[in-house]
Design a protein around this ligand. Sequence first.
Ligand SMILES: [Zn+2]
Length: 107
Amino acid sequence: MNDRPYKPNLSTKSEKKSELPDYVTSIGKDQYKIDLTSPKIQGVGGFPCPKCGTTISPDDESEDIYTILDTKVKDDQLAEVILQCNNCGSKLTLTGFLEYPEKEEKK
Ligand SMILES: [Zn+2]
């Protein structure tokens, strides 16, 4: 029963996979997925680029900070936006637009 080879635990150092915030998922080299439904982003109007820290605001349409590479629309609603940070060249996939509530005036 107890014949499993002993696996030495090599990760003695504090496991530090990444320092990414919880709304960021690394999906490849210099590619990140940003979940816009995170309360840390909602209402803030932007987020720092996971790599270089440049503030990226989805409402900024000037494309000085980033370039939109692709958008995916589902049921006439924005589902995904793929953009590239102009500062460091990282590809960022923004998701969570569908859950993004219409701008409602809270009273
Ligand atoms: Zn960047």
